[in-house]
Design a protein around this ligand. Structure first.
Ligand code: ARG
Ligand code: ZN
Ligand code: CA
Length: 256
């Protein structure tokens, strides 16, 4: 694809007023948008850390993210919705995505990328819905302390990469290890990412070999692994091809 696609974003900040910090500031939201706009254009400065053998694979997804300027009624907006909740925390169950369950209803999910930012329990940093799921729960959810690079963002997840990873899923990318718990039997359906056994965490040292993928080993610096924010800094050409197919297929409503 030649042209850059711009995705309108609405951020739902769902916060409990009794718990300080959850009502994150505009600056933290803007810091997250800035990260996305670097990572999906391969303009992130840390791409220099990609091992030389994989540099030719680093790819520009040609996607930009812009806080919505017009709401579903056609009125001007800053693309940020703040909703108070009585819930102290949310989970993987999508309650944050509906006002009836203490969350915030989505804007039309075929026109806006909905991002819910809230407290999440159980060590969950975020989760996404893959393309093709129910419209009323489409979008991504991010823990507020793993969102953006300022405010409540907390190391080692203060680089904005949780949203990069979750939006990767939203655009049809699978985990780079194929979610097969070390079996090496299933992969991410992307040819240029090495088959890898399991998730990597922290900040691994190159090379980390698994599934007979030597000498270069796992591409643990890929956004679709589970490494720390400052240890992940690339999408590949094959991954961008999958994201493009999604945008031209299931998510084609964003192209008009
Ligand atoms: N869904 C993953 C989790 O909750 C997100 C991992 C994001 N990784 C990161 N370095 N930010 O664990
Ligand atoms: Zn994931
Ligand atoms: Ca692969």
């Amino acid at each position: 694809r030649e042209e850059v696609v711009t995705l309108p974003v609405v951020v739902h900040v769902v916060h409990n007023p009794a718990v300080p910090g959850q009502d994150i500031g505009d600056e933290q939201i803007h810091s997250q948008l800035a990260v996305l706009n670097r990572d999906f254009r391969a303009a992130n400065p840390d791409r220099e850390k990609v091992p030389p053998v994989w540099r030719p694979l680093v790819a520009d997804a040609k996607i930009e993210f812009r806080l919505a300027a017009v709401d579903p009624e056609g009125e001007p907006t800053d693309g940020i919705i703040r909703v108070a909740t009585e819930r102290r925390s949310f989970s993987f169950d999508d309650a944050v995505k509906a006002s009836a369950t203490g969350g915030s209803d989505p804007w039309p999910t075929d026109q806006y990328l909905n991002i819910w930012v809230c407290q999440l329990g159980g060590g969950l940093l975020g989760y996404a819905q893959f393309p093709g799921g129910p419209p009323q729960t489409d979008g991504v959810v991010i823990l507020h302390t793993a969102f953006g690079t300022t405010g409540t963002a907390t190391a080692p997840f203060d680089g904005g990469r949780t949203a990069t990873h979750e939006i990767g899923h939203w655009l049809d990318l699978y985990h780079i290890w194929g979610d097969d718990d070390g079996a090496c039997t299933s992969d991410d359906r992307v040819a240029d990412t090495p088959n890898q056994a399991d998730a990597n965490t922290g900040s691994p040292v190159f090379p980390h070999i698994s599934c007979g993928n030597g000498p270069n080993g796992d591409m643990f610096m890929n956004y679709m692994d589970y490494t720390d924010d400052n240890a992940m800094f690339m999408f590949t050409r094959g991954q961008v091809t999958r994201m493009n197919a999604c945008l031209e297929g299931v998510r084609a409503s964003f192209l008009v």
